[in-house]
Design a protein around this ligand. Structure first.
Ligand code: NDP
Length: 300
């Protein structure tokens, strides 16, 4: 078997187009422009690239982008004061505080200071609780992107055996909740799971989010399974020149392709979906704030 490759790049472009079309209607009919505020503290190089991409795509979707860059030494109380101003600003519908924050700032305190209705990362404890209890929430972007790809590929997920490898708050746990909400039978595996290979081999749907390069070989995969590889791992690639790197996922793509029914590549799979879903969440937050119909197919 040779797996179908799930083209996350193309799917993300389609999501962004749908968001932009909805935004154009909002702006044209109601004079309303969704706004996303991104807060970045310090100068982590990976965060810089990610934030620049977010801003460019926000503007391309017809939304307003507000950028707040604070120095590394910013006190927690100053960051909380900025969050309070953004919470009160009617032009801002989504607030994202780029993680990781410097060590002297309590990230949980900052995330939980964001108005849950503007929490487009879906990390606020209220949104976590709403998702866990099956209520309307803002859902973390990466798992939302994975869910969209799975629904597009499989239609109904009802009754499918799903294994989520990884139990982080930003990917593994919300992914498991979303799969459960779509009536999959969900197993969450982690570093203490016994016989990981056997657990993975049961999965009709395998979502790998561990952060270990190519950890999942093809013989851990059930023939025909749908494999979503969330991992982004950088490996040295001296063949490309001195100091060069290449990005691989948590799944060994070559051997997995011979067994899976469908698989997301790395790069070009889940990665592009994350920012697309951030834009979708900002649009959803704007629609909810103004009591308008939410965009179809862009929420959980
Ligand atoms: P975390 O490090 O927060 O969590 C990793 C999880 O994997 C933990 O639950 C850990 O278990 C589990 N794990 C680690 N090693 C093993 C192992 N040997 N066997 C079984 N389980 C293991 O990572 P994140 O969830 O934040 O990210 C996971 C990956 O996804 C990373 O590569 C990251 O770069 C990528 N990512 C990609 C995004 C995208 O946009 N595509 C967005 C976010 C993340 P335990 O809890 O027991 O320690």
């Amino acid at each position: 078997m040779t797996a179908d490759i799930i083209d996350g790049k193309a799917f993300a472009a389609d999501v962004r187009e749908r968001v932009a079309a909805h935004v154009a209607r909002l702006t044209g009919d109601r004079g309303l422009t969704p706004g996303l505020a991104v807060v970045i503290v310090g100068s982590d190089p990976a965060s810089e690239i990610y934030v620049r991409n977010k801003q460019r795509q926000t503007v391309e979707a017809g939304m307003q982008s507000f950028e707040h860059r604070l120095p590394e030494a910013t006190a927690e109380v100053a960051l909380l004061a900025l969050i309070a101003r953004l919470n009160a600003d009617p032009a801002v519908h989504g607030i994202l505080c780029q993680l990781p924050l410097p060590g002297h700032i309590n990230a949980d305190a900052v995330i939980n200071a964001i108005d849950p209705a503007k929490d487009v990362d879906g990390f606020h404890i209220s949104n976590v609780g709403l998702l866990a209890t099956g209520q309307k929430a803002l859902v973390p972007c990466t798992p939302l992107g994975c869910l969209m790809l799975l629904r597009d590929r499989l239609g109904s997920l009802s009754g499918a055996d799903a294994v989520v490898l990884g139990r982080s708050n930003i990917v593994g746990k919300p992914m498991a909740q979303l799969l459960l909400r779509d009536s999959a039978t969900v197993t969450v595996a982690h570093s203490r799971t016994r016989d990981l290979a056997a657990v993975c081999r049961r999965a009709d749907i395998l979502v790998a989010a561990v952060g270990r390069p190519e950890m999942v070989p093809g013989d851990w995969i059930k023939p025909g399974a749908t494999v979503i590889d969330v991992g982004i791992n950088r490996l040295p690639a001296p063949e490309r020149g001195e100091g060069k790197t290449r990005i691989v996922g948590d799944v060994d793509f070559a051997s997995a392709c011979r067994v899976a029914g469908a698989i997301t590549p790395v790069p070009g799979g889940v990665g592009p979906m994350t920012i697309a879903c951030l834009l979708a969440n900002t649009l959803t937050a704007c629609c909810r704030a103004h009591g308008m119909a939410e965009p179809e197919g862009l929420t959980a």
